[in-house]
Design a protein around this ligand. Structure first.
Ligand SMILES: C[S@@+](CC[C@H](N)C(=O)[O-])C[C@H]1O[C@@H](n2cnc3c(N)ncnc32)[C@H](O)[C@@H]1O
Length: 213
């Protein structure tokens, strides 16, 4: 099912509960959710008081934790209801209403980020759009900055197809999940990319600019 802005607005209040249920049952789509967010949290924490951009922050589960630890938070999401929930947790964060299919908002492009994070938001993009977007984001990183993506993701297309069979009653055919071995071939000339599988249907990508010199 394709969720538009209104769909996410309607989901905002119940979002955390839906995620928790799927997570606790170790089911697609959110199996491993907490571990995925924790993996990204720990990675960002390696740089004290860093500047973080969160794309599709939702209710701010991950960013609010980083905010509490003194990181500067910037972000955008197209759901005004999600923004209201997140902004309450992070009053000083710079949160913008913006559709990511329009690229990056101009107000956030004049900054460099130690970490650009995105969890469970980029699977609305086709694989081609993901590659274009990630390539653009690389320009917004500080020299040692990282893009950290946590999402429904698989090492191989065969693993994705197995998950689709195992979850056929609630599989979402309108979403485009990450397949590491495919993404790697598209991105290998542009950046360094590592994939850490966390659950049977989720994992974390750590992406950085190619070493200079
Ligand atoms: C599944 S939620 C993930 C929220 C949060 N990052 C998390 O891990 O819990 C997806 C979020 O991405 C946002 N989103 C989806 N498509 C978007 C788009 N085209 N532009 C901006 N935000 C989008 C939704 O509003 C929602 O808050």
């Amino acid at each position: 099912m394709i969720l538009n802005q209104q769909g996410f607005d309607l989901w905002a209040e119940g979002y955390d509960q839906t995620v928790q249920l799927s997570e606790e049952n170790h089911q697609y789509p959110f199996a491993g959710y907490k571990d995925i967010l924790n993996r990204i949290f720990n990675e960002v924490m390696q740089v004290p008081t860093s500047t973080v951009l969160d794309i599709g922050f939702g209710t701010g589960v991950l960013t609010a934790k980083l905010y509490e630890h003194g990181h500067s938070i910037y972000g955008f999401d197209f759901s005004s209801k999600m923004i209201t929930i997140a902004q309450t947790k992070m009053p000083q964060a710079n949160l913008i209403e913006w559709d990511l299919s329009n690229g990056l908002p101009a107000a956030l492009m004049n900054k460099q980020y130690d970490a650009i994070i995105s969890t469970y938001a980029l699977h609305h993009f086709s694989d081609e759009q993901k590659v274009t977007y990630i390539t653009q984001l690389l320009h917004q990183l500080t020299p040692n900055g990282k893009i950290l993506i946590g999402d429904i993701a698989f090492q191989t297309r065969a693993q994705l197809e197995q998950c689709r069979l195992d979850s056929k009653d609630y599989w979402d055919d309108d979403e485009f999940y990450f397949v590491h071995e495919e993404l790697k071939t598209f991105l290998q000339d542009h950046c360094q990319l590592q994939f850490y599988p966390i659950s049977h249907c989720g994992g974390v990508f750590v992406i950085s600019n190619c070493a200079r010199g």
